[in-house]
Design a protein around this ligand. Structure first.
Ligand SMILES: [Zn+2]
Length: 48
């Protein structure tokens, strides 16, 4: 699941909320700079 964080108010925004709006904006303060946040992927590493 991809989430964004507003560069102004720092709120977390789901990508589903962004798709509703015309263009990428913070739905709380209207700021245009959003940072993409990835959920940490879990990788299997073989231990030797
Ligand atoms: Zn904001």
């Amino acid at each position: 699941m991809v989430k964004y964080r507003c560069g102004n108010c720092g709120r977390m925004i789901d990508i589903e909320d962004l798709e509703v709006l015309p263009g990428i904006r913070c739905s709380y303060c209207g700021h245009r700079v959003l940072y993409k946040i990835r959920s940490p992927t879990i990788k299997k590493i073989k231990a030797r």
